[in-house]
Design a protein around this ligand. Structure first.
Ligand code: SF4
Ligand code: SF4
Ligand code: SF4
Length: 370
């Protein structure tokens, strides 16, 4: 019971800070934007209520509950808490994880630099967040963020889901949350089964963006494109504060629902990319002369890809729409059997397999009739 009161306090506090930093209308609530578009509103309009004005009440309530819970919790859990702190050991990063983290920090620095330039009046380029481009697309408006995201979606044909492990800001937050949990020796589920719910969210989201855009176009017979169209960049404190508050929120989600819960279940961007990333050229290649079938690589895949099943099927590479090309499995393999490489999609093989499947179905149907 005390634990639940503690968790409620933390949740309300983080929720309050998230409201105040406007992160509630940011990426975490993006998946439900699809439903909002159908009702003729955008996430920015709908969540305008979650601001500092409301956030302060959640912060006060959360702070009060948390303080009360701690008063009762600390005397009984003191040993456990001090053990957790004493046992804290930052987990070592493999070579690809180090490279990736440095690249993610570089991307965060670029965003911070962009925000600073806009605020000091040296640049007039709006926010590049994906929500900005989809919110605007529903009212027939496009800007630089639409060009950026359009390019990113096309690049998937070359580098697969590279964007999901190297570029996405929330990817950095999720990875660091998991590192923190593991460093405190807390459990993070990695084997969460993929769920079809992501395709429901993705279909609703993109279906409503396209539907609203077409309705707008048919009524107005025009689209508006201008490089400066888009949402204003966030204030620096809002962006950094938002990142900081997402960390504990994501630790909570990872601990209870599994590693990269958001990517596996609800992100409409990742959901869309996962449909066609399989045909991307850049892949993790498998060298069967070196592979010892030890299954170590499958154990810690942050996206829960069953690499051992692909190895059993003698797949030339990790051909799975959920693979985000992070390189963690390369770090994990002690026999250097995995590496980044180019894999040309086997178009004729896929057509043959599809034809065989259709033939099989027809035979079954005929058998049923006889
Ligand atoms: S699935 Fe979505 S949240 Fe996850 S890394 Fe990809 S774009 Fe980011
Ligand atoms: S860790 Fe390396 S050797 Fe072991 S199964 Fe995976 S690819 Fe093969
Ligand atoms: S299969 Fe390897 S590269 Fe792909 S997501 Fe899993 S650990 Fe990362």
């Amino acid at each position: 019971m005390k634990k639940f009161i503690f968790v409620l306090g933390v949740f309300l506090l983080v929720f309050g800070i998230s409201c105040a930093t406007e992160e509630m209308v940011g990426c975490i609530l993006m998946p439900i934007s699809g439903v909002l578009y159908f009702f003729g509103t955008t996430s920015k309009e709908f969540f305008a209520v979650f601001t500092m004005a409301l956030g302060k009440y959640f912060i006060m309530a959360g702070g009060f509950i948390l303080a009360t819970a701690l008063i009762f919790l600390i005397p009984t859990k003191r040993k456990e808490i001090s053990d957790d702190v004493k046992n804290f050991k930052w987990k070592k990063f493999g070579i690809w994880k180090k490279r990736r983290t440095l690249f993610q920090i570089f991307i965060l620095s670029l965003i911070t630099f962009h925000i600073c330039l806009v605020h000091f009046g040296h640049l007039n380029i709006p926010s590049m967040c994906p929500r900005s481009s989809t919110d605007l697309a529903t009212v027939g408006t496009f800007g630089l963020s639409a060009v950026y995201w359009g390019t990113m979606y096309l690049l998937v044909f070359i580098w697969g889901r590279f964007i999901c492990s190297w570029f996405c800001v929330y990817s950095f937050v999720q990875e660091q949350s998991n590192n923190l949990l593991r460093s405190f020796n807390k459990k993070v589920k990695t084997t969460v089964k993929h769920n079809k719910i992501i395709y429901v969210v993705t279909s609703i989201f993109w279906g409503s963006v396209i539907y609203n855009f077409l309705v707008f176009y048919m009524n107005n017979d025009t689209v508006y494109f201008q490089i400066t169209n888009g949402y204003k960049v966030a204030d620096l404190w809002v962006f950094l504060g938002g990142m900081a508050t997402m960390l504990p929120l994501t630790m909570f989600l990872s601990h209870y629902f599994g590693n990269r819960f958001f990517c596996k279940y609800v992100c409409p961007v990742g959901g869309l990319i996962s449909i066609y990333s399989r045909v991307g050229l850049l892949k993790i290649k498998i060298d069967y002369d070196k592979c010892k079938q030890c299954k170590l690589c499958s154990r810690d895949c942050q996206m829960g890809v069953s690499i051992n099943k692909l190895i059993e099927k003698k797949s030339p590479a990790i051909l799975d729409g959920n693979c985000i090309a992070c390189g963690d499995c390369i770090d994990r393999c002690k026999f250097s059997a995995l590496s980044f490489g180019i894999n040309f999609p086997d178009v004729t093989g896929t057509i043959k397999r599809m034809a065989e499947r259709i033939k099989g179905h027809k035979k079954e149907e005929l058998g049923g009739v006889q």
